[in-house]
Design a protein around this ligand. Structure first.
Ligand SMILES: Cc1cc2nc3c(=O)[nH]c(=O)nc-3n(C[C@H](O)[C@H](O)[C@H](O)COP(=O)(O)OP(=O)(O)OC[C@H]3O[C@@H](n4cnc5c(N)ncnc54)[C@H](O)[C@@H]3O)c2cc1C
Length: 467
């Protein structure tokens, strides 16, 4: 075992880690990134990203006050100092990425599509990342880091934080299977979350994690959370994830993930379990619905149910719409001329009465009295009355976990009493305290990764210069 010294060590070479590393190098610090992936183009969620840089699905350039309002409305558990820090630095994050050489395009007329990394992810179903948004971004940030004198060690898996007198002073890692230790003035954990850690998913998100779809790169195995907890850090909001409902057939058909997803349909249709009972307030949108399905005893027992009018309307919503891509790519869509026939087809014995009660509530305007209630935050309900009727079997596609390591508005890792652990920072989707809450509020994986990466590096640099 040998030891090398840096001002800053970063765990994870995704967007959050490479942002922190580049910003630290810009500010004159010596920096190294430990990345467990060994390939030149190691996989991570950033590599797979669609590339839409937004805040709460609004234009990221909308200004601090608008962002504070949107985040507070959607994320009722968010820390006020973190909300303010994200809102205040949103525009700067885009400008910083531009300064690093990133190009953006406007992908649609929707405000949140104004800043999309170029070249964008493709507009067809299935996964296609090579030479696109996240791949180009990571290669650029990797090159910039090398030019600035920083190091990116691939095949380097961080195992433990080295803590002395309550302060983080380095990392023990395995490099190509060999133990190695590094010492540093500060560490940034940016390992991407615990979406691919079955034990953590089982403890916090689903009793049957093996029945969720891993709508991600499979690299977020919770190492950062475990290391931080061992060092005395608090964790927050571990029971929520960002993800979508996708066709159940995505478990065996790679053309059906990460797109199309059912968000647009969910805003208008109903979500039922195998008995035909509604299981969620569909008005809270697709991310909330995916969390509800993951929480079922059997997360592979849910259906999205709708009629011909909804299929022709909301079914065509979104950049990669369920109608027609679901059928075109071989996904199952049950269809019947009556609700009674549809109920028999999918074996849901209470579907008829569920739809009858739902239609009455929609037509009389009494949707909040339904159980579960129906609100309209993410879409207006429509009655299900026009044949033919449809039921699509769906599963919960988990993209990344929203909760994680507790941090403050400077990305400092916090203990349960809110005191920072000296020398320890976290950035990107390994952190908690921003997204989630009762509405499973989604702020944006890319925006929070860049912003918290910048915040961490700048705080370390401030400390390093005695500021
Ligand atoms: C299909 C898909 C589409 C998406 N589309 C969008 C979008 O359009 N807009 C948006 O805002 N967000 C989107 N996201 C989310 C966004 O891409 C991520 O939230 C963001 O890129 C996360 O960055 P990160 O650096 O936190 O994590 P990652 O990019 O996952 O990087 C973490 C890195 O840490 C490494 N690592 C893990 N453990 C260790 C360890 N012990 N030692 C060393 N290295 C380790 C991993 O190998 C990985 O390289 C999408 C995600 C997916 C999967």
């Amino acid at each position: 075992m040998s030891s090398r010294e840096y001002d800053l060590l970063v765990v994870g070479g995704g967007l959050a880690g490479l942002t922190a590393a580049n910003r630290a190098a810009q500010l004159g610090l010596t920096v190294a990134v430990l990345e467990k992936g060994a390939d030149d183009r190691y996989l991570c969620n950033t590599r797979y990203t669609g590339g839409t840089v937004h805040i709460c699905l609004t234009d990221i350039m909308s200004g601090e006050a608008a962002h504070v309002e949107s985040i507070e409305r959607l994320c009722d558990d968010a820390r006020p100092d973190l909300v303010r820090a994200v809102a205040r630095n949103a525009e700067r994050a885009v400008r910083w990425l531009q300064g690093e050489g990133s190009k953006f395009i406007k992908a649609s007329a929707s405000p949140h599509h104004r800043w999309v990394l170029a070249p964008p992810g493709r507009t067809r179903p299935g996964l296609d990342w090579e030479g696109r948004a996240g791949d180009v971004l990571l290669r650029r940030l990797g090159d910039n880091l090398t030019e600035r004198g920083g190091a990116l060690f691939r095949g380097a898996r961080a195992r433990d934080l080295i803590v002395a007198d309550g302060r983080c002073v380095g990392i023990a890692a395995d490099i190509a299977g060999e133990p190695q230790s590094y010492s540093s003035s500060a560490v940034v954990l940016a390992d991407g979350g615990y979406q691919a850690a079955p034990d953590l998913l089982k403890a916090h998100i689903s009793s049957a994690p093996e029945r969720l779809h891993q709508r991600n790169a499979g690299t977020g195995t919770g190492d950062g959370l475990r290391m931080a907890q061992d060092a005395g850090a608090a964790s927050v909001g571990l029971n929520r994830f960002y993800g979508h409902l996708i066709s159940l057939d995505a478990l065996t058909n790679d053309n059906l993930w990460p797109y199309p997803y059912f968000d647009s349909l969910i805003g208008t249709a109903i979500l039922v379990d195998g008995e035909g009972d509604r299981i969620d307030d569909e008005g809270l949108g697709g991310v909330h619905a995916a969390n509800a399905v993951a929480g079922l005893a059997d997360p592979q027992s849910a259906f999205v149910v709708f009629d011909q009018d909804i299929w022709e309307g909301a079914g065509k919503g979104g950049l990669i719409s369920v109608n027609p891509h679901l059928i075109r790519e071989g996904g199952t869509l049950h269809r019947a001329d009556s609700v009674a026939e549809l109920a028999v087809l999918i074996g849901a014995k209470r579907l008829g009465q569920t739809i009858e009660r739902y239609n009455q509530a929609v037509e009389s305007g009494a949707i909040e009295a339904l159980s579960p209630p129906r609100t309209t935050l993410k879409g207006m309900p429509e009655p299900i009355r026009t044949a033919p009727y449809y039921a699509a079997p769906v599963c919960a596609g988990i993209t990344y976990t929203m909760g994680g390591i507790a941090i403050d508005g400077d990305a400092r890792v916090l203990r349960a009493d809110d005191s920072p652990i000296e020398g320890l920072y976290a950035a990107g989707t390994t952190t908690g305290g921003l997204e989630g809450g009762s509405a499973s509020g989604y702020v944006g994986g890319l925006s929070q990764s860049v912003i918290t990466g910048l915040l961490a590096a700048e705080h370390v640099a401030g400390k390093a210069s005695g500021n």
